[in-house]
Design a binder for this molecule. Structure first.
Ligand SMILES: [Zn+2]
Length: 829
């Protein structure tokens, strides 16, 4: 009763304020009112797509719905509204703050027809193709609509296209889609080729622009099979058939994301699906996971959608969590608990240990800020939290709960608390309380491990993060289940062990005193299967060691030395790849140039000999890429040039065009004497027009001539030159490469100054990617001062954008503050 009274009162208040308080974007208040006002919504959209990129795109839309009465407020941030009519009659309307307001509409069926000119912001128009990308709130830049996730609608679409173009969208022919949210509505058109196959009685089809027919042929069956497997798995797990009828997808060149889950018309980045012949097992697994992720969204996100974008994480967590389960059977040789750990913990910790961390669930007042909610906390930390939830509930009860959730809210919307309520009924544990800490609080727990009388103590300060994990030691060998329920936990375990760590099932910083961390560093290579150590737990030990480096307990040099020793033996490709990445960070970020030069010959020799001796193509490629990443000596550069020039053959690695491009860039970056000639030759040799254009775009970023690098940065000031976001971040990463960091410092301040514009004009992942590429290579106090100065001068920076700066500059902050502390100041406790 009380809840009802409050709701009614809120509703009345809000409605009265609506027209008077129109503001740009979609406020939560506007969304709430409209969700109650509008029902049975349909859009019939007609678009006239000109071949000429600069010509505006015009359209007409019929918006049909049943209204509860009152002002109709549509969202529209396009170029112009030409006319609005209702049932064929011109109607009074006004255009205000990204809205079209039709005042005083009586309750009942409403049919509006609007002629408009679209904005190109979300249309990604290229000379031979274009595609829409509306997530999270950009549908309204293209056509007038109610652009909020809980006003699902049935869509029809007709596109008038230039001759020779093919169109694809969620629906088929003149038919109507199932009810979907505006951010999931999508269309693409252009000069595409199509591939078609039948799997399990269903037609699957994809559209692409790849010119290398061999590459398409080599990949097509795997791409279809992976989709079919994912669909079959999900239909079984959810006990609901695929909800959206047809199943098409588009391989978009240089697409902003890995993929986007538009039902009936998934968009993928072409290079994520069409792999090079040299692709490693890790890359094949990443492709399978991406396909499983987007397919899982058909149920989690598309069929049942979050009510508001503060719960956007729920769709992402299920997509990643289900993807991990889906890919398992297709990769029987892979240790999936290891993969789950490596795919989530390192990236989640990177944010959670930074000053820019935030809770999984974040409040959102206006949808125009929704893009800033995305990041590793949603994609990497949340699946770990879901894994905890599955361990609390048990696999079957979680699955049954999810089936009920999908059934209850099919073609509608739900909040996280609504799901927790369903699950809470299936357990004795208080899930709401658990959720309040893990979902609503920021950061990660720090648990200090110490030997005490009779065992080990695990102490944490501040709030308690309830969790269960395995505490392990090696000598004497022991594994003990520990449950954290308060600030101080006692574990009855042999205290003579020089260290104890949480296995890969724990979440947090498990802090050892320095002596313990050094002992762990010494022992990590002894954690073999013969001694009953799972690979995931060995990975957790390395993760913990890296944490101790980041927290200033261990020195980067100490980690590198142990890494060199371990790499001589490591045969697990996933772990070798991860370890190589941490070692690369230590090598480029923490070593001074002299020490790096001294370390280079040893690392080069190690990786080269591991590559030559590797038993599989995949492991060979893993070590070759590690070699390419750290190569510095003239001998190594000469060898890479020989491989690039086809003078030296590397047995067992089938290099593709992208590999040769990468070699050319790395050679130029490391100061090869004939860099310009190498770049010219590679550019001429690159056949595929899309890859050639990318090569031309990026090459100035690696140029030996500083003026050309300045020219590269200057061209990024024009938003039109930033439309291929992967090219931009790739080039920026080279521009700010650690080997040229000193010369790149001049681009730091201007790069930061562009951040707010990047946020306005770019996709949801672009601001963080821009920051990572800009800041990742730097480690000097002057670079850090530039970042602090920027934050100081911009006190009004939107809070979540500030968080991203703090996240991306965390490595820089740590290298500066730890260097200042010096090795003698390493914490002994
Ligand atoms: Zn997703």
């Amino acid at each position: 009763m009380r809840a009802l009274a409050i709701l009614l009162c809120l509703y009345g208040m809000a409605e009265e304020a609506l027209a008077a308080r129109i503001q740009p974007g979609v406020s939560q208040e506007l969304a709430r009112v409209r969700a109650r006002q509008i029902q049975d919504l349909r859009y019939d959209l007609r678009l006239e797509v000109p071949g000429e990129v600069s010509a505006p795109l015009r359209g007409e839309v019929d918006v049909d719905f049943v209204s509860a009465g009152g002002d109709v407020v549509l969202d529209f941030a396009g170029r112009a509204v030409d006319a609005v009519s209702r049932d064929g009659m011109a109607v009074e309307y006004r255009v205000e703050s990204e809205h079209i307001v039709v005042p005083g509409v009586a309750a009942g069926p409403v049919s509006l027809r609007i002629r408009f000119v679209a904005s190109d912001l979300a249309l990604n128009r290229q000379p031979e193709f274009f595609y829409s990308l509306f997530v999270p709130n950009r549908a309204a830049t293209a056509f007038p609509c109610f652009d909020q996730p809980d006003l699902k609608a049935r869509f029809r679409l007709k596109m008038a296209l230039p001759p020779g173009w093919t169109g694809v969208w969620n629906g088929e022919g003149d038919g109507e889609t199932k009810p979907i949210s505006t951010y999931l509505f999508a269309f693409a058109a252009g000069k595409f080729q199509a591939e078609e196959a039948e799997r399990g009685g269903r037609r699957l089809r994809f559209f692409h622009r790849e010119t290398d027919a061999k590459k398409v042929a080599a990949n097509r069956d795997a791409i279809f099979d992976l989709h079919a497997q994912a669909l079959a798995w999900l239909e079984d797990y959810t006990q609901q058939p695929y909800p959206f009828g047809k199943f098409d997808f588009v391989l978009v060149p240089s697409f902003q994301f890995g993929g986007m889950e538009h039902p009936g018309s998934i968009f993928y980045r072409a290079s994520s699906l069409l792999l090079e012949p040299s692709a490693t097992d890790a890359q094949k697994l990443a492709r399978a996971s991406l396909i499983a992720h987007e397919t899982a969204h058909m149920w989690f996100g598309d069929l049942v959608t979050m009510r508001w974008f503060d719960d956007v994480w729920t769709k992402e967590v299920f997509a990643n969590f289900m993807a991990a389960k889906i890919v398992e059977p297709s990769f029987p040789a892979i240790d999936h608990s290891l993969r789950f750990f490596l795919a989530h913990n390192p990236a989640a910790y990177e944010i959670d240990r930074s000053l820019g961390t935030h809770p999984i669930r974040q409040p959102l007042e206006n949808l125009n800020d929704a893009a800033s909610l995305y990041g590793p906390i949603i994609y990497q930390k949340a699946p770990l939290v879901m894994d905890q939830l599955e361990r609390i509930l048990g696999k079957e009860r979680l699955r049954d709960g999810l089936r009920e959730y999908l059934k209850t809210f099919a073609f509608a919307n739900a909040t996280w608390p609504e799901l927790i309520a369903i699950l809470d009924r299936r357990t004795e544990r208080d899930l709401a309380a658990w959720s309040r800490v893990w979902v609503d609080e920021a950061e990660r727990p720090t648990l200090r491990l110490r030997q005490v009388a009779g065992g080990w103590s695990l102490e944490s300060r501040g709030k308690v993060w309830p969790q269960r994990f395995t505490l392990r030691s090696l000598e004497p060998a022991s594994a003990l289940k520990v449950e954290i329920a308060s600030g101080a936990t006692f574990a009855r375990m042999d205290r003579s062990a020089s260290w104890a760590i949480a296995a890969g099932d724990g979440y947090g910083y498990f802090a050892l005193p320095r002596a313990g961390a050094l002992a762990l560093l010494r022992d990590v290579s002894k954690m073999t299967p013969e001694r009953d150590w799972a690979e995931r737990d060995r990975a957790a030990a390395w993760m913990s060691l890296w944490d101790h480096v980041e927290e200033g307990v261990l020195r980067a040099e100490e980690f590198l030395e142990a890494g060199v020793a371990a790499m001589a033996e490591e045969s697990n490709e996933l772990l070798a790849g991860r370890l190589a990445a941490w070692m690369s960070r230590a090598y480029w970020r923490s070593l001074r140039p002299e020490s790096r030069m001294a370390m280079a010959p040893r690392l080069e020799a190690l990786y080269w000999s591991r590559m030559e001796g590797a038993g599989t193509t995949s492991l060979r490629v893993t070590f070759f890429r590690a070699y390419l990443d750290i190569a510095l000596t003239p001998g190594a550069l000469e060898r890479i040039e020989g491989i690039w020039g086809r003078k030296i053959e590397v047995a067992g690695i089938p290099f593709g065009e992208q590999d040769y491009m990468a070699m050319a860039w790395e050679l130029a970056l490391r100061g090869a004497s004939n860099a310009t000639a190498i770049l010219d030759r590679q550019e001429a040799a690159t056949k595929d027009p899309e890859r050639k254009a990318r090569f031309q775009f990026v090459r100035d970023a690696v140029a030996p001539d500083r003026e050309r690098r300045r020219a590269f940065f200057a061209k990024l000031r024009d938003p039109a030159n930033r439309s291929r976001e992967p090219w931009v971040t790739e080039g920026l990463g080279y521009l700010h490469h650690p080997s040229r960091a000193a010369e790149a410092e001049e681009f730091l301040a201007p790069g930061l100054e562009m951040l707010e514009e990047i946020r306005r004009t770019g996709g949801i992942f672009f601001p963080k990617a821009w920051l990572d590429a800009t800041l990742g290579g730097h480690s000097t106090p002057s670079a850090y001062r530039t970042v602090r100065e920027y934050l100081r001068r911009h006190p009004d920076l939107p809070p979540r954008l500030r968080q991203k700066v703090l996240q991306a500059s965390d490595g820089l902050r740590r290298s500066v503050t730890l260097r200042r502390a010096g090795p003698s100041n390493l914490r002994e406790k």
